[in-house]
Design a protein around this ligand. Structure first.
Ligand code: ATP
Ligand code: MG
Length: 425
């Protein structure tokens, strides 16, 4: 038997109802905020990720699925979406007519991490990115939008953690302060951190090794080194969130695992998934469009971990509802079988979830099956009912029975089910 490879999994029909709810709720909400959907390839040139995420990051150093294609070009299964959205924004000169673009995309990402609960090698994200607006109001708006999404999905135990990572103006003094601190603690840091220290000292701050965490507890923070512009920007983000009634925690230790962020960085965290606490993460990346050979362009975005969000929802609210048939047609005898098939298809074409039997089973067996499927009604069509031009329509809940003529039952059935409100909205 061939099975999925490690870290990859199927999202089965029992789970997809929940996934669809999340997807619909998110796209509806995002579109109300002016976002448009974009669909992107899952494979890109390796260089795109190496240059944007940063060479000295966990993702680029050890998590990417990179391989040469048959002609020898290095290609990578995308580990995240922002780089691709930026690539597309530049490639199609989306900034030309109007630099302001709000885009969202939903799809799979690939990272070769150790698989565990809430951590897979193929996982899904819902991404939203805004180009062309440098105002801190947009930073607040994205966090507001995430907050609203979780509210609409009925999730309440989530907390927004926010921080400011500074900008190219304030970063050098912060880097120096951090480097001085790290040099003093060098003996207590893991080999990864000591190696990364000089190239990218910020990365030591999201090292997961407990000894490093302990040693770095008193490390200098970006917040203590913000320039005037960054400080004002962050203040406005905070006061705006307060005015809009969005709860948040300022988290000085939040640095995010990708190099392109500047100024506002945020994560939405939960306590429901153990160690995998981040359900969404994002931030401003004002330098990235230029770095990838586009124009100078402010930008900000976030990624929601779809798998984790679905897991939190399932824990809190149970699995999503599987759609039961509105009607199960029970044909009894050869003559009825063809009619049942034709009626059932016709109903399907008219938006009624109808099912029937194709194997000539007994009334008892089919009643049992209709019950198991959770059908709202059954329609009994035996020789007797056909001869008498009176099919029996039975409400499975109330057990009420009505008859409908067999020469043209479709409109009657639709009318009865609609009047009762048992057809889906
Ligand atoms: P973590 O710290 O948990 O590794 P991250 O900072 O690497 O998360 P991001 O790059 O910010 O993650 O991606 C955004 C979201 O995607 C995360 O908040 C998380 O919910 C989800 N995510 C990231 N990696 C995985 C994974 N391997 N499996 C499932 N979901 C993931
Ligand atoms: Mg990670």
């Amino acid at each position: 038997m061939i099975q999925t490879i490690r870290g990859f999994r199927d999202i089965l029909p029992g789970d997809t109802a929940l996934w669809q709810t999340i997807e619909k709720t998110a796209s509806q909400l995002f579109e109300d905020f002016g976002f448009q959907e974009i669909r992107l390839p899952v494979i890109e040139k390796t260089e795109l990720f190496a240059r944007s995420i940063g060479e000295v990051t966990d993702i680029v150093e050890k998590e990417m699925y990179t391989f040469p294609d048959r002609k020898g070009t290095n290609i990578t299964l995308r580990p995240e979406a922002t780089a691709s959205v930026v690539r597309s924004y530049i490639q199609h000169k989306m900034y030309a007519a109007d630099p302001i673009k709000k885009l969202y995309t939903i799809g799979p990402m690939f990272r070769r991490e150790r698989p565990q609960k809430g951590r897979y090698r193929q996982f899904y994200q819902i991404n939203a990115e805004v180009f062309g607006i440098s105002s801190p109001f947009i930073d607040a708006q994205l966090i507001l939008m995430l907050n609203e999404l979780f509210k609409r999905l009925g999730l309440t135990d989530l907390t927004a953690h926010i921080n400011s990572l500074g900008c190219p103006e304030c970063r050098p003094t912060f880097h120096q302060a951090l480097l001085d601190f790290l040099t003093k603690k060098k003996d207590r840091l893991c080999s990864n951190c000591t190696r990364r220290m000089d190239k990218n000292p910020l990365r030591t701050l999201d090292c997961k090794v407990p000894e490093c965490r302990e040693a770095l507890k008193e490390a200098p923070t970006t917040l203590d080194h913000l320039c005037g512009g960054c400080s004002d920007h962050f203040d406005t983000v905070k006061t705006t969130l307060e005015k809009q009634g969005v709860d948040f925690i300022v988290d000085k230790t939040l640095v995010r695992g990708l190099d392109y962020y500047s100024r506002t960085a945020f994560e939405i965290q939960t306590t429901a998934l153990g160690a995998q606490s981040a359900v969404a993460g994002g931030g401003r990346y004002d330098a990235l469009v230029k770095e990838l050979d586009g124009p100078e362009m402010p930008a900000i975005g976030f990624a929601i971990g779809f798998d984790r969000l679905a897991e939190v929802m399932e824990q809190l609210k149970g699995p999503g509802k599987v759609k039961a048939p509105d009607l199960f047609i029970i044909p009894l005898g050869e003559r009825a079988m063809e009619k049942a098939y034709l009626w059932s298809s016709k109903l399907n074409l008219k938006g009624v979830r109808s099912e029937t039997d194709y194997a000539g089973k007994s009334l008892k067996a089919l009643m049992k099956r209709a019950d198991k499927l959770g059908a709202g009604h059954v329609l009994i069509a035996g020789d007797k009912e056909l001869d008498e031009n009176a099919l029996v329509l039975r409400d499975m809940k109330t057990r009420d029975q009505t008859t409908v003529p067999s020469d043209d039952p479709i409109d009657n059935i639709i009318k009865i089910l609609t009047d009762k409100g048992t057809i889906r909205d």
